[in-house]
Design a protein around this ligand. Structure first.
Ligand code: NAD
Ligand code: TYD
Length: 340
């Protein structure tokens, strides 16, 4: 079995590749990644010499390259994307180009060579936002009501993927997962961004009142779920992936402060993110009941292990910081810097 993973040098893609190679000794993986600011081959040092793994530096929008790779493989997990909501506020075009057009290029190539399975790694953000004062959760039947340019681009990819099932019979599955945390996450998302700031003794910018709720899951659990969907998911089906990990941002941040022995005065309340989704929560009975998948990590111990990993991974952090300087990577929340 040969599998194309797109975006495999990113956070979640690298965990999916590691999981695929470990789980099945007959499985070969091709990793197609453009190595944008978020792509990092240091995430895969432990597998780079594995004879069943091959890295291809390239763009999912390159139809010729994608077509030739697709002919080599039996299945595809599509995880490549522009992924940060803050960046989508200042540069939405990049999100449309990669997340919408790139997905269409992959689907077209997959359809032409009759791929056995195509899994789109989508997100709970396609469902939009839930009110704080309700118990409601998103199910796979909830309407797609994305609010940020990132979420809208992922919802477009999600709908396009389903259209290739209905129109061309391409055996697709779509996964919609909550917020991931764990080792190797690029330090622009809340948890790694704040860990690094606290490691440097800096304060941490809390958007708005900090009461927004995210549904957190350890990345290893997400990678295992995506792999289960690849091998056992029913074509045409959507699977929510979550670990019942709903928490206010303030809860997460206070837990981080405790773990890192820092005072609550390190929290700096700043202007809210435009269009900031209030609450995400996922109903995940479908994947648990039909594929027998269950999360293995609880949030508190997972977060403690994640903090310890960043504290022990200075070379990984320093390489990213050196690249950020060399490549003049702008901060994610440029909208905040511009307006403050
Ligand atoms: P990431 O930003 O860490 O990695 C994205 C990867 O895609 C990078 O390696 C980058 O180089 C690559 N890439 C970007 N544009 C490309 C292109 N044009 N061609 C080839 N490669 C390209 O992202 P992540 O957090 O690992 O997210 C992976 C996937 O999971 C995304 O599709 C995202 O929407 C989805 N997702 C993420 C989360 C989360 O909490 N991070 C939650 C649910 C779903
Ligand atoms: P983020 O990690 O950007 O993920 P997403 O927006 O895709 O859920 O943000 C998680 C939550 O943390 C979100 O409610 C925004 C908030 N946040 C801050 O308060 N400060 C920050 O500096 C960042 C990056 C996020």
């Amino acid at each position: 079995m040969k599998i194309l993973v797109t975006g495999g040098a990113g956070f979640i893609g690298s965990w999916i590749i590691r999981h695929l190679l470990q789980q099945d000794s007959s499985c070969e993986v091709i990793n197609l990644d453009l190595l944008t600011y978020a792509g990092n081959l240091d995430n895969l040092r432990d597998v780079e010499t594995n004879p069943r793994y091959r890295f291809v530096h390239g763009d999912i929008r390159d139809a010729n390259l994608v077509s030739s790779l697709m002919q080599e493989v039996n299945m595809c997990i599509h995880a490549a994307a522009e992924t940060h909501v803050d960046r989508s506020i200042t540069n939405p075009l990049a999100f449309i180009e990669t997340n919408v057009l790139g997905t269409q290029v992959l689907l077209e190539a997959a359809q032409k060579c009759s791929l056995q399975k195509f899994v789109l790694v989508s997100t709970d953000e396609v469902y939009g936002s839930l009110p704080l004062d309700s118990e409601e959760k998103f199910t796979e039947q909830s309407p797609l009501k994305p609010n940020s340019p990132y979420a809208a681009s992922k919802a477009s990819a999600d709908l396009l993927t389903y259209s290739y099932f209905k129109t061309y019979g391409l055996p697709v599955c779509i996964t919609r997962c909550g917020n991931n945390y764990g080792p190797y996450q690029y330090p622009e998302k809340l948890i790694p961004f704040f860990i690094l700031k606290l490691m440097h003794g800096e304060s941490v910018p809390v958007y708005g009142d900090g009461l927004n709720v995210r549904d957190w899951i350890h990345v290893a659990d997400h990678a295992a779920a995506v792999t289960d969907v690849l091998f056992h998911g029913t074509p045409g089906e959507v699977y929510n992936i979550g670990a019942n990990g709903q928490r206010h941002n303030l809860d997460v941040i206070k837990t981080l402060l405790k773990l890192m022995e820092q005072p609550e005065s390190k929290m700096a309340f700043v202007q809210d993110r435009p269009g900031h989704d209030r609450r995400y929560a996922l109903e995940t009975r479908k994947i648990q009941n039909t594929l027998n998948w269950k999360p293995q990590h609880d949030f508190e111990s997972g977060l403690a292990e994640t903090v310890a990993w960043y504290q022990a991974s200075l070379p990984w952090i320093q390489n990213i910081q050196a690249r950020q300087q060399q490549e003049h990577v702008k901060p994610g929340a440029e909208w905040l810097i511009k307006k403050s």
